[in-house]
Design a protein. Structure first.
Length: 166
């Protein structure tokens, strides 16, 4: 039996998985407090990026199928106020599941040799995001979105207006 909204162990505390936000970010309920957890070691595609929704869909399936969900967080949050940590589903590290199935980069965070090997295996097998000829890492995608986001959207609207009203 799966646990879509399952119990998560955080050392001495239990938490409930509320939802998967994206491939590497989850909303948890710990006691009466909801907190966001950012998975350490990997970076998944953004939802607006190729394979972002696929990574999230696979995680939803994996969480729903898990009989046991375990969590360990670092003491200090990141600059966005998210807890940083590790999650295991039925004893399997989520960072490894994402990486071996081609839904995460180890790249920027990669000191974990096992994860680097799993990423290389996914690349060689051409699975997940590695089906693409030149996948764009999420940290590059985010930087481009910040630099070009508003201006690019404005340019599209302006060209559309010029097309409709020459």
């Amino acid at each position: 039996m799966g646990v879509a909204l399952g119990q998560v162990t955080t050392g001495r505390k239990n938490a409930t998985l509320v939802r998967v936000i994206d491939g590497d970010t989850y909303l948890l309920q710990v006691g009466t407090v909801r907190q966001t957890l950012r998975l350490l070691n990997v970076d998944c595609p953004e939802l607006s990026q190729a394979y972002g929704t696929e990574a999230t869909a696979h995680l939803n399936h994996w969480f729903a199928s898990a009989r046991q969900i375990a969590l360990k967080t670092n003491k200090y949050p990141d600059k966005y106020g998210r807890k940083l940590g590790h999650v295991w589903l039925d004893g399997k590290p989520v960072d490894s599941l994402l990486t071996v199935n081609g839904y995460a980069w180890v790249g920027r965070y990669g000191r974990n040799l096992k994860l680097r090997r799993l990423e290389q295996s996914a690349r060689i097998r051409g699975i997940g995001l590695w089906k693409q000829k030149n996948p764009v890492p999420p940290w590059v995608w985010r930087k481009r979105s910040i630099v070009h986001g508003r201006g690019a959207a404005r340019a599209v609207v302006n060209s559309f207006v010029r097309f409709i009203f020459p």
